[in-house]
Write a new protein. Structure first.
Length: 324
């Protein structure tokens, strides 16, 4: 299958070729990876880019005594979501409230210098959240844009005790500097290379005036982007937020079983909306896509162990039996 790369890819490749230091090269490769469409025809290329990034990361780590390599965050769990916002929005507080991690939360501007991952539980899966430094020029380092581009989605956090429209405008402009666009929000298609799913989170709902500020935010952005108001410190709205994060990722959970046995509902296969039986087989083992002969499916109230073909589209909660 041909790769069909968009013209922006070749532009990014040019930047990569012009890069001198390993870190600049990594940023270039990350950009190429972010632009590259994800399908079978690009599997090989994407794997190659990842391995070049891994090698350069090792090299960069040697040069800088190991510090920088820790900025590349290994994906874990069913999805990866980065939290962005200006200083003091409550990003670290949210991570502290919604995961088992305990990042430093403080009343001054630059407590989070590195990006740090933490796992959020949702029903029977875990989703990785990444706490990031504030989106102000002096805190944005070379490794932040690739982390945001690689994430499946962004949580854009706004402090509802301060002018929310000013914050959003600043956040959008900083993201555009990194060539990241969020949701349907209008931005110059020439500038934005990487468009991310996002939820705007208005935080500090417990503070005076927060509700009015949230209404302002909604009037301005509500038509373009999903949003909700929470209090990370008082745990208001956080259960709904977990579900909204899960929904945003468009994840499918499918359970495998052996003939005559029961599935393990604690251990789903994670797929994406629209994925098929062949995709499920491949995620069990890379050879299974080719070897799959037929499958049976239970679930969604409609099927009852019926035999289906490899192109059968799966639904959340389906139970499957793979036959090779
Ligand atoms: N009243 C209130 N304060 C909050 C809330 N969330 C965070 N804060 C406070 O806001 C300040 C900044 O929080 P932090 O999580 O460090 O912000 P970050 O810079 O975005 O990571 C801290 O003093 C927090 O206690 C909230 O929901 N309500
Ligand atoms: Mg912080």
């Amino acid at each position: 299958m041909p790769a069909n790369l968009p013209p922006q890819y070749f532009e990014a490749e040019k930047n990569f070729r012009a890069a001198k230091s390993p870190t600049e090269k990594i940023a270039g490769l990350e950009e190429m990876l972010a632009i590259m469409p994800k399908h079978k025809g690009t599997d090989h290329l994407r794997a190659e880019l990842r391995s070049r990034i891994a090698k350069l990361t090792q090299l960069a780590a040697k040069k800088s005594g190991g510090q920088r390599a820790s900025m590349i965050i290994e994906r874990e769990g069913a999805g990866q979501v980065a939290i962005v916002g200006l200083p003091n929005a409550g990003k670290s507080q949210l991570v502290a409230s919604i995961t088992n991690a305990s990042p430093a939360v403080a009343d001054y501007a630059f407590t989070t210098y590195a990006a740090s991952p933490a796992m959020m539980e949702f029903e029977n899966i875990k989703i990785q959240l990444i706490d990031t430094p504030p989106l102000v020029p002096q805190a944005i380092e070379w490794w932040l844009p690739p982390i945001l581009k690689r994430a499946d989605a962004l949580l854009v956090m706004v402090d509802l005790s301060e002018a929310p429209l000013v914050q959003m405008a600043e956040i959008i402009s900083q993201l555009e500097n990194m060539r990241i666009g969020i949701g349907e929000a209008k931005s110059d298609p020439e500038v934005v290379l990487s468009r991310k799913k996002a939820i705007i989170i208005g935080n500090k709902l417990d503070k005076d005036g927060a509700r009015q500020n949230y209404d302002q935010l909604q009037a301005r952005y509500g038509a373009h982007l999903p949003m909700m108001a929470v209090s990370a410190a008082k745990n208001t709205g956080l259960e709904e937020l977990r579900r909204r994060i899960y929904d945003m990722l468009a994840i499918l959970r499918v359970y495998t079983k052996a003939p005559g046995e029961k599935p393990d509902f604690a251990d789903p296969i994670i797929l994406g909306t629209g994925d098929t039986m062949a995709d499920a087989a491949e995620s069990v083992h890379k050879d299974f896509r080719a070897r799959l002969k037929y499958a049976r499916v239970w679930g969604s109230g409609k099927h009852d162990g019926i035999m289906v073909k490899r192109d059968h589209v799966l639904e959340d909660g389906d139970v499957i039996e793979l036959h090779m």
